[in-house]
Design a protein. Sequence first.
Length: 148
Amino acid sequence: MEDPVLSHSDPATGLPVGPRLKPAEAPQGHTSEQVLALVLKSVDDDKAEDIVQIDLRGRSDVADYMVICSGRSSRQVGSISEKLADRLKQEMRISVRMEGKETGDWVLIDAGDVIVHVFRPEVREFYQLEKMWLPMGAGTGAARAAKA
């Protein structure tokens, strides 16, 4: 009998994933594209560097988009993350879940259909999340170009 929780695998990683429990539109009435636009504007306004947007639609049930960016220091990483969480709360009434803000090396912000990773550059280089999520044969330049 098939496990109802781990019903299929992610084509990008081959790992089992569960069914998506939330609708494509956020409960507050905002589409994932609207949330993505606010995320991109927020991190850009706060001087995040090397902003990469990755479209996960059809590749993962976790989220529709992933945004990866860097801050120059632990303090800037924390500030970018905190301001993003505040803007999402104030402008879209979205309460995010955040992990890693205490250390400031890598902060994960879960805004529902948009997942945001804010790294210090050395930590980002070590984990190389872009390589895991980009389509085969695409470099980070292709992901950065998708942002434009």
